[in-house]
Design a protein around this ligand. Structure first.
Ligand SMILES: [Zn+2]
Length: 261
């Protein structure tokens, strides 16, 4: 109904299931529909071709669904196989695996980890839980709904922050299509060794500073420009890196010009 509204419109039996329209002898979804007429318009034909490309690779059988163990080479589920699986460090879920940065404080890692999952108190998340009924637009740019993805990535202020960060780190401009892309930007930056590890942490410090700027604006009506957020990133980043990493000798000049031996 939602995905293929034009096909749904011409189906006579609106409450039918997709499985009941499966043609078992032909092993396809053709010939079992109760459409009120043939497909006429281009949009109907295009929906039909989308439908086929989505579902035709699927083969339905009459046998019952069953659970199957994919956690190891043995096809049988056993406690020993679970032990092997846990020790193998393989993840079969499609969840994004967040990699922590050692030189930034835990509170920053936790903010980044939760933000990536959309589990921070942005107004869209609060509104979903019936805890907010005011203006949901972003306080930094005034344009677009405040979501974690907007605030840290697509917001005009955030985009400027990432542009300034890329100039500071002497890498090509950062283009991210998701928060995960931002967290992995160091892998595709062309940087190596120490600088790569630093950039990974800087993205998280960036989120921390953007979140702080958002809170200052929302709760104290204090305005922070992208340039001042980047100043905060540089200062806080230096404080944390010079105190928490093994590289205690790094000078402010090196940090400021992003040159590391
Ligand atoms: Zn914004």
């Amino acid at each position: 109904m939602n995905r293929f509204p034009n096909l749904f419109r011409i189906e006579a039996e609106k409450t039918c299931s997709i499985a009941s329209r499966y043609n078992s002898p032909l092993q396809s979804f053709s010939g079992c529909w109760r459409w009120s007429r043939n497909l006429i318009s281009d949009v109907e034909r295009s929906e039909w071709s989308d439908f086929l490309s989505l579902l035709n690779p699927l083969k339905l059988s009459c046998s019952e669904d069953k659970w199957c163990w994919i956690g190891g080479s043995a096809s049988m589920f056993s406690v020993a196989a679970v032990k092997c699986f846990l020790r193998s460090n393989v993840d079969f879920s499609s969840n994004y695996v967040f990699k922590w940065s050692k030189w930034v404080p835990k509170k920053v890692n936790i903010l980044a980890w939760r933000a990536q999952m959309g589990r921070i108190a942005t107004v869209d998340a609060l509104a979903r839980r019936n805890c907010f009924n005011g203006d949901e637009s972003c306080v930094l740019c005034g344009d677009g709904q405040e979501t974690a993805d907007h605030l840290f990535r697509s917001c005009a202020v955030a985009s400027e922050v990432w542009f300034l960060v890329s100039r500071w780190c002497k890498i090509s401009p950062i283009f991210a299509f998701s928060l995960e892309d931002l967290l992995e930007v160091h892998d595709f930056s062309g940087l190596g060794g120490k600088a790569k590890d630093i950039l990974k942490g800087i993205v998280m410090v960036g989120w921390w500073c953007i979140w702080k700027a958002r809170n200052d604006r929302r709760f104290s009506n204090k305005y922070s420009s992208a340039a001042s957020i980047v100043q905060d990133i540089k200062a806080l980043g230096y404080l944390w890196y010079s105190n928490r990493s093994k590289d205690r000798e790094v000078s402010w000049e090196n940090w400021f010009s992003f040159s590391f031996m």
